[in-house]
Design a protein around this ligand. Structure first.
Ligand code: SF4
Length: 110
């Protein structure tokens, strides 16, 4: 065995031990996060809306996640909040509205 073989072997062993250690530490953390049952809020359902309401929602390009982080529904003057963990409402876009969503009718609060 040469000096470089020995170095490779040590590196290989350290890599395996390090990978195993990371798995031991991170697996329970990942399981705890998954296990808390917290789902990401979705406000994309159009159940109960009229075809005209759905058309307005589509025409104004409503999305649950604002493309421009400076213009979320929560800072739009047309938004009616129900809290950060719930879908709110809007004066022009009918149906559930995500606080972090947005549409092309966004208007700054005055
Ligand atoms: S007008 Fe658009 S940006 Fe403003 S609250 Fe309604 S859906 Fe959100």
């Amino acid at each position: 065995m040469t000096m470089s073989d020995s170095t490779v072997d040590r590196r290989s062993v350290l890599r395996r031990v390090g990978g195993g250690f990371a798995l031991l530490v991170l697996a329970p953390v990942a399981a705890a996060v998954e296990g808390c049952g917290k789902k990401e809020l979705s406000c994309s359902s159009t159940t109960g809306l009229t075809p005209a309401d759905i058309q307005t929602r589509t025409a104004l390009q409503y999305v649950d996640r604002a493309a421009d982080p400076a213009k979320p529904c929560r800072s739009c003057r047309l938004f009616r909040t129900a809290g950060e963990a719930a879908c709110g409402g809007c004066e022009v876009v009918k149906g559930p509205i995500h606080p972090g969503g947005s549409c092309s009718a966004w208007a700054a609060r005055t």
